[in-house]
Design a protein around this ligand. Sequence first.
Ligand code: NOJ
Ligand code: CA
Length: 528
Amino acid sequence: MTWWRGAAIYQVYLRSFADGNGDGIGDIAGLESRLGYLRELGVDALWINPWYVSPMADGGYDVADYRDIDPAFGTLADAERLIEAAHRFGLRIIVDIVPNHTSALHPWFQEALRDGPGSPARERFHFRDETNNWQSRFGGPAWSQVDDGQWYLHLFDATQPDLNWDHPDVRAEFPSILRFWLDRGVDGFRIDVAARLVKQAGLPDKRGRFEGVPTFTDADGEPDKDRPEVHEIYRDWRTVLGEYGPDRVFVGEIWVRDPERFARYLRPDELHTAFNFEFLKCAWEAGPLRAVIDQTIATHAGVGAPPTWVLANHDVTRHVTRYGRANSMFLKREHGVPTDLAAGTRRARAAALLTMALPGGVYVYQGDELGLPEVFDLPDELREDPVFARTGGLDLGRDGCRVPLPWGGDAPPFEFGKGGAWLPQPADWRDLTAARQLGDPDSMLSLYRLALRLRRSDPALGDGELRWRDSEPGVLAFERDPGFACVVNLTDREIDVPAGEPLIASAPLEGTQRTRLPADAAVWLRTA
Ligand code: NOJ
Ligand code: CA
């Protein structure tokens, strides 16, 4: 079996993972020093957010040099050493590739600025004398003007000019970048904004539905999203990857809602997997969750790709917080919403067991395993996400899910590094440090470690199929072969645990015989 079909992949947001040199910013040395932690956690691979040379206007998603490492993170030699070390620890490495846009400091854009209107260098981007009505995904217009009067397109920040994917230089550059990293041993790529590379010819106006704060629900079939020609790019890339054997893999960041159109990216000659954002967005309710699970499985089965299950990432409100809200459906980042973190944590524990039991691959975003909540009360002047400024603070941005990890100790920076941390951690994270949780068998970390270990050793888990059991409303119950069942109680009262030997539960089973499953809890059972 190919490893990625059922892999557990841990997302490393490098600047907030671990700081090796004490400057307050996470780096490659810090990650290397924690590889043992990740191996013991029980994941199969790491996805590392962009680590390339970047002015960091968008946390590194603004790349100035795709073939070198940003000095804040280390050197190219450090990256090479990290890849080797990870492999020795049995961890594969997936790096992030950012093909939709560069940084404004990328040599191509600098050349375009210098050479002026009408120059060949400008054709690698989308320069125009007049704009259309497109809005930036980060708020505000998607066009900025340069000194000579021309405008350039940027679907994200003004410092992230969109590349023109109709240009042969652009088409040729990325396969070459893929090879550069494949030659250094990476096991795959996470493709940023994968559905938006190709724009409709002529860049026509959108029908317009801008709400001030971009949401993740904008319609499919827009002139800047999911154009049919984008698939040619991935067929081309797949050929490149294929030259390196069957074990290298693509995962696409594809916010396309229509299941049939989503599945097109996962055809056998395109991407291997894609993030399942419909599941991430879904409320903590049995009916909608079951519908998303069924839809996901059906969609993927049609193209023979394994589903993935994602609860969180560096772009969305942490799910401990989301699930603590009356309406836990995720459409956009919101603040000031009443939140019950104890309930959110209970549900996050149950959700961890649910996702790890579903067929396919599973992603863990750093800090999920510690049960970290979203942090809202950051000083505005320390917020780095351009979303904050571009929406005039209407959207606080994504810094609150990117706060550096608490590793140990009783006070910030909680052994994140020797110095401080680039964003302040809440003082009450002293109860959530990895060190504290390791010593507590009932902690979120202990739950993740045991569940990931069971998932890895149990032949019923990972890739495969699922069979629903009849269950009362509000309960999700399914079986996997051989001899495994998962029951999730989303009602507000205890239910009977069905027959079987409990392997792990997200909350203590109740009753003298331990036969009752509490509300908002999940259990795995050995049934044969
Ligand atoms: C998606 C990434 O996950 C996000 O962090 C980034 O800001 C945008 N793409 C733009 O690259
Ligand atoms: Ca550092």
